[in-house]
Ligand binder design. Sequence first.
Ligand SMILES: [Zn+2]
Length: 82
Amino acid sequence: MPDAMRAKRASQDPPAPIPRMVKCPQCGKSVPWTPESRYRPFCSQRCKMIDLGAWASEAYRVPAVEKDDDETSSDGGDHLPD
Ligand SMILES: [Zn+2]
């Protein structure tokens, strides 16, 4: 439970009535960091799924075969293999 740590850390701060706002990593929408926000830090299930899908796509794009990276040390990230 993070509550103990949180209480200890924020002992000198008054309890904030306004929940901490985070930005949806997918669309940038402000999302209150509360238990009600089931998909936080995403604003909705849709954004969460989009992000997870993108992550999975990236993961699957990682080649399973190890190649000696003597001269292929460049890691731009935007390179699309043919
Ligand atoms: Zn969103």
